[in-house]
Design a protein around this ligand. Structure first.
Ligand code: SF4
Length: 270
């Protein structure tokens, strides 16, 4: 199917220049290239500007509640393993209120992809500090500088057990699409931390700010250099940091001869 067939009639309600447009374009191109039937594509959004992406790509999509996109996506995938299930939400949603679910998905290695629209602010609620905003930074709409330390999504994903971990940049649409293709093809829990400017509220991490710092990894790091690369701060590496093949949650449950559908119906799993 051509890319245009994944477009919907919905009016895109993002500010001009928002990084979300890059993610939208790259994701449409990736699912088109993989020829995923829209009936078998499920995007699950949380709450926030970025989560509105579920209205802009044809699929059997769900606009969920704040911080709960991952458990809903997990239930969908376990109920119907044929589906391609992708969570798309902001850093505030996934790494703030939804952080416990983010960790649980990594531990389970369910075949769900998590796209973090990472702009370090809560854009929808007018620019408060998000979990990835560096400490001491005061952005346009904040009364005081951020008192929290920034959370590193890659390290959290690694510690949680994700089997595919990558970082991308929303304005580099072609490279972002390549990373999304790899994430979707991977069997297991995958996370792509997508750095993106919020042109309205984040007046520090602008296009110029990112483009002075980012560079692409030449290859997937191994051994101790995985953590070194994930922790780099002055410059920001992009690309795939970690990939590992191992049994998914679904596969492991088969070994126990558990009927997942009946477990989900009884609501005992989540
Ligand atoms: Fe994008 Fe920020 Fe505007 Fe929200 S407020 S649509 S994140 S630029």
């Amino acid at each position: 199917m051509g890319v245009s067939e994944y477009k919907t009639d919905a009016w895109v309600q993002w500010c001009p220049g928002c990084g979300n447009y890059g993610v939208l374009t790259a994701l449409r191109e990736a699912v088109s290239e993989l020829k995923i039937d829209p009936k078998k594509l499920v995007l699950v959004g949380g709450i926030g500007c970025s989560s509105r992406i579920v209205y802009y790509i044809r699929g059997s999509n769900v606009h969920a509640i704040h911080g709960r996109a991952i458990p809903i996506a997990s239930g969908i995938k376990l109920s119907n393993p044929e589906l391609t299930v992708i969570v798309a939400a902001g850093d505030g949603d996934i790494l703030g209120i939804g952080a416990g679910h983010f960790i649980a998905l990594g531990r389970r290695n369910i075949d769900v992809k998590v796209l973090i629209h990472d702009n370090a602010v809560y854009g929808l609620t007018k620019g408060q500090a998000g979990p990835t905003l560096p400490s001491g930074v005061k952005l346009r709409a904040m009364n005081y500088a951020n008192v929290h330390e920034a959370l590193n999504p890659l390290l959290l994903a690694f510690a949680s057990g994700y089997t595919f971990i990558a970082r991308a940049y929303a304005y580099h649409v072609k490279k972002l699409k390549e990373i999304l293709l790899e994430a979707i093809r991977h069997r297991g829990s995958a996370v792509v931390d997508i750095l993106q400017p919020c042109v309205t509220y984040n007046d520090l991490m602008t296009k110029e700010w990112f483009e002075r710092r980012i560079y692409y990894l030449k290859s997937i790091p191994s051994g101790e250099s995985i953590l070194d690369k994930m922790m780099e701060r002055e410059r920001i590496p992009l690309g795939i940091f970690f990939r590992k093949e191992m049994d998914t949650f679904e596969k492991r449950m088969e070994k126990f001869d558990v009927d997942l559908e009946s477990v989900i119906r009884k609501k005992t799993l989540f």
